[in-house]
Design a binder for this molecule. Structure first.
Ligand code: GTP
Length: 348
């Protein structure tokens, strides 16, 4: 069994976090998200993964190399122009030998891939789509199915209150190789908009696999941040065994290695602090995710924020919830960052 992990998107909605880090390399509990996805594949025996990349690919290839550190064989295919979610699959056709999984590179889920494969073998369709049900499907791709779990229609982002179902495309697919024949080569093609509707109208059935797993698309800052809270709350199982406990840390929190916390600072609850961060005297950090080597001055309050690597936050700074700070950005002393503010480093 092979898997394609789509890692070529620009991740515009996560800017400025994705200005220097491609979305799949954004850390979730201090480990690049893609590493967690690859380990998930490896742990069900899928060691051969193909990574169609294009945006900042060196950050991915330099980190994982040939995959041997993870006990995997990784093949990178770099797109010079973004080919879209189906174009990227077509572009790796020569490496595919049989049915294959496709994973969006930004989905955090507890889905059991082995159970999904077993279901596909039992149903025998042209493909199987993982669906989950959400309260409001209007921001997602809605998938309509019949009583035999056959997919009958797709509705991208239906107007609120008009969706015929709450089941949405959850970004994990199992496809037979013949699907490749339906994808035009040499241009950008979206699997959601062009290929799935074709498959739903075809003669060989496309089936749905609906589960109630934990599921989160990490594509927007608020989702990225809340996924960390959900891990703390036990809604999504992740191995946090590397975490250390500090005196000034309020559980649940996760502290990386080499972190220094000055007296009277309070870290947590719900703080994820990357390696070599420094939290100054009298500061508070909670409900936030800090990547590596972030420095926070004294008497600063960081609440509900995401701060990328090497950013420096001055003294007596206040962040209102939803603030996103990019790599290497500097926030001066005595600044108040308003709700949802996005701060990127000034380029010379
Ligand atoms: P936004 O710009 O914020 O919408 O993010 P994105 O560019 O990552 O797009 P989206 O979240 O829709 O992508 C879903 C998955 O497909 C992600 O894992 C992306 O990395 C991947 N992806 C999107 N477009 C391409 C593409 O053109 N080529 C490749 N190889 N992957 C893609």
């Amino acid at each position: 069994m092979q898997a394609i992990v789509l890692v070529g998107g620009e991740g515009t909605r996560l800017r400025p976090l994705t200005l220097e880090t491609p979305k799949p390399m954004v850390p979730v509990f201090n480990v690049p998200f893609l590493e967690r996805t690859l380990i998930r594949l490896r742990d069900v025996g899928i060691t051969n993964a193909i990574l169609p990349a294009g945006y900042l690919p060196a950050a991915i290839t330099d980190y994982f190399g040939d995959g041997s550190r993870l006990g995997m064989r990784l093949t990178y295919v770099i797109e010079t122009e973004p080919l879209g979610t189906a174009g990227a699959i077509k572009n790796v056709e020569r490496y595919l030998t049989g049915p294959f999984f496709v994973l969006n590179g930004d989905i955090l889920t507890s889905l059991d891939l082995r159970a999904m494969l077993a279901r596909h073998q039992q149903l025998g369709g042209i493909g199987l789509l993982h669906l989950i049900t959400v309260e409001d499907p209007s921001a997602f791709g809605c998938v309509v199915t019949d009583e035999a779990d056959r997919v009958t229609a797709f509705l991208e982002k239906p107007a609120p209150g008009t969706a015929p179902t709450n089941a949405i495309n959850a970004g994990t697919y199992l496809l037979e190789r013949e699907v490749l024949d339906l994808i035009p080569a040499g241009r950008a093609v979206s699997i959601e908009r062009e290929i799935f509707p074709l498959l739903a109208a075809g003669t060989k059935p496309l089936y749905a696999y609906t589960t109630d797993d934990y599921w989160m698309d990490l594509g927007r800052p608020e989702q990225y941040l809340s996924s960390h809270r959900h891990v703390f709350e036990g809604k999504m199982p992740i191995d946090l065994s590397a975490s250390a406990v500090h005196a000034q840390v309020v559980a649940p929190s996760y502290i990386g290695k080499g972190v220094t916390i000055d007296p009277d600072a309070v870290v947590g609850p719900y703080a994820v602090v990357g390696d070599y961060c420094h939290i100054g005297r009298g500061s508070a950090v909670r409900d936030s995710v800090l990547w590596d080597s972030v420095t926070i001055g004294s008497d600063t309050e960081v609440v509900g924020a995401i701060i990328a690597s090497h950013a420096h936050i001055g003294d007596r700074v206040t962040t209102e919830p939803g603030v996103v700070i990019g790599h290497d950005a500097c926030v001066a002393n005595d600044v108040v960052l308003a709700r949802d503010a996005r701060v990127a480093a000034q380029k010379e």
